[in-house]
Design a protein around this ligand. Structure first.
Ligand code: UDP
Ligand code: MG
Length: 244
């Protein structure tokens, strides 16, 4: 058991070179925790940052008793950071948001309201505050992915999601999987998700880590991998056991 087991909800925040966002994150998250619908903690996953993020994460965690962190030895990518967050979470629910605060932690409450009835509740970025070019890439990618996976998801890239931890731990995880969470949830027996509109803000500090190529080429190939995986996905129901 680790410290997240003492909470109902763990907020995973992947961090890669976000030194200029750490203090704002601290302010926003520490203000939100007492307002959260569930007893919540924060789990920063430092994905091998090469700037001052690691020191700032340690500093922020040392003065907030409900903030914890994991630090990678070297950069392993956003999917790896999310997987580590999921692997290390022991609260009943988990959620994730980006460190750049393009989504508001307060909107976790909108998602948590429905989590008892769904495997996952995901945000849809209303009035998206990204460049026209980025929104165009996203529209194109979302359309192609929907056609290939039939996941029906409007905005899988939205960095505000809440899941049942046990279901999250059973998701097949691979690089780029954070863009396929609705489709992956639907593979599970009884898996279902709900979409809720959340607010979106421009990135005010630090730099985006993704560009046209890694935003489109990887996901394009992943759509075919998903089609391969779908009929092969393993589900089983245990009728009885004397293990517990
Ligand atoms: N991130 C990470 N590892 C990486 C790249 C990004 O942990 O290798 C984190 C980053 O710090 C941020 C989140 O993933 O919290 C999303 O990244 P970003 O905002 O750059 O992506 P965008 O919103 O531009 O798609
Ligand atoms: Mg961002």
């Amino acid at each position: 058991m680790n410290k997240t087991a003492g909470y109902r909800f763990t907020i995973i925040v992947p961090v890669f070179n976000e030194e200029d966002n750490m203090y704002t994150l601290e302010k926003r998250l520490s203000a939100f925790l007492p307002e959260c619908r569930e007893k919540a903690c924060v789990l920063f996953v430092n994905d091998g940052s090469t700037d001052a993020s690691a020191e700032r994460i340690r500093e922020v965690c040392s003065r907030n008793p409900d903030f914890f962190h994991i630090g990678f030895v070297r950069n392993a990518g956003l999917s790896a950071a999310l997987k580590a967050g999921i692997d290390y979470t022991e609260s009943e629910y988990l959620g994730y948001m980006d460190a750049d605060l393009q989504t508001a932690p307060e909107d976790f409450n909108l998602l948590l309201e429905h989590i008892a009835d769904y495997t996952m509740v995901t945000g849809i970025r209303a009035n998206r505050k990204d460049t026209l070019f980025k929104r165009f890439q996203s529209k194109f990618a979302n359309g192609f992915r929907r056609m290939m996976t039939h996941d029906g998801a409007t905005d899988t890239g939205c960095p505000l999601k809440v899941l049942h931890t046990d279901a999250a731990k059973r998701l097949p995880l691979f690089k780029g999987m954070h863009r396929f969470l609705p489709a992956l949830v639907l593979l599970q027996d009884g898996g279902c998700y709900k979409q809720v509109a959340v607010r979106h803000f421009p990135r005010t500090a630090g730099k985006s880590k993704f560009h046209l190529w890694n935003r489109l080429a990887g996901p394009f190939a992943d759509c075919f991998a998903y089609r391969w995986m779908k009929p092969r996905y393993i589900n089983y129901k245990v009728g009885e056991t004397d293990l517990v």
